[in-house]
Design a protein around this ligand. Structure first.
Ligand SMILES: C[S@@+](CC[C@H](N)C(=O)[O-])C[C@H]1O[C@@H](n2cnc3c(N)ncnc32)[C@H](O)[C@@H]1O
Length: 272
């Protein structure tokens, strides 16, 4: 039988604040059991004597990097799939000329810059890469930055290997063209992999990008943040988009309460 440490209300409150300060993620009371299970998992994995001790370790600047990374990997939710919320990819395919006509520098510089800002295990940026490869003129270079706060998902994404069942989400056309079937898994082909740079990055930090993006994907991550944090994040996205650049957000997310300066194009699609 596995022994689980009981997390007191007081300790949960401390973890809740820590998770908010670290990741911007708001954990309400319904998440107590989930947080407690994950804390127990980390304690066992790293042989830490108690949940209090783990909390102290996480606060300490001398915290073991592995423990810290493992905590972030466990606390964050990584559900994703290829062609998730496919109408965004349809939007790009159908409106590629509208995008090119509005963002003049893409044709001028022969380069499109896209950011997948909470990319999880990579399905989102790889989908973006395949779709752009299909619809952009051949002389335009595709540069995709794909980031996530969890280092675990970034190393999975970099490998670009996906289980055979994943293929259910991918149309045969894309599967044949951009994946290699290795028997046990499908692997993204190098001509798609090379279009993407994967990095860990926490959206709570200031954005360090010197060069603005033509398109930003921020899907299914804002739901974990409170309204104030969402507002700050949208403001940072706005500043990181080129004039007429496009922001895609998740289907259960919305900017309606706050107009910002972004123009509404269609549900979950906005333009600077
Ligand atoms: C549910 S997944 C969404 C993946 C993909 N965008 C999609 O829609 O399929 C949410 C991702 O957000 C990441 N995340 C959570 N908080 C974050 C933060 N503060 N900074 C960057 N990424 C974060 C998680 O690690 C997770 O991989």
């Amino acid at each position: 039988m596995i022994f689980n440490y009981e997390i007191s209300e007081e300790l949960f409150e401390k973890y809740r604040q820590l998770i908010f300060d670290m990741l911007g993620i708001h954990m309400n009371n319904t998440k107590k059991e989930m947080v407690s299970t994950k804390i127990n998992k980390i304690i066992r994995r790293h042989n830490i004597e108690s949940a209090e001790k783990l909390y102290e370790l996480l606060l300490s600047s001398k915290s073991d990097r592995n423990v810290l990374e493992n905590f972030v990997d466990e606390i964050t939710i990584h559900k994703t799939n290829f062609f998730r919320e496919d109408n965004h990819f349809e939007f790009i395919k159908q409106n590629i000329n509208f995008i090119l006509d509005n963002i003049k520098r893409i044709r001028q510089n022969k380069e499109i810059r896209v950011w997948s800002s909470a990319c999880s295990t990579g399905e989102e940026p790889y989908t973006i890469a395949m779709v752009l490869k299909e619809c952009l003129p051949i002389d335009i270079n595709i540069k995709i930055l794909a980031t996530d706060v969890s280092s675990g998902v970034i190393s999975t994404a970099q490998k670009g290997q996906y289980s055979i069942d994943t293929s259910d989400d991918i149309k045969p056309f894309y599967l044949q063209r951009y994946f290699k079937n290795n028997g046990e898994y499908y692997e993204i082909k190098p001509d798609i992999k090379k279009l993407i740079t994967f990095r860990t990055f926490n959206l709570m930090n200031d954005f360090p990008f010197k060069n603005k993006f033509d398109i930003i994907f921020s899907r299914n991550v804002m739901i974990y943040f409170n309204i104030e944090t969402q507002g700050e994040l949208i403001h940072k996205y706005y500043n990181s988009l080129i004039e007429n650049g496009i922001l895609f957000i998740g289907h259960s997310e919305s900017l309606t309460q706050r107009q910002y300066k972004l123009k509404y194009l269609q549900p979950t699609v906005y333009m600077k």
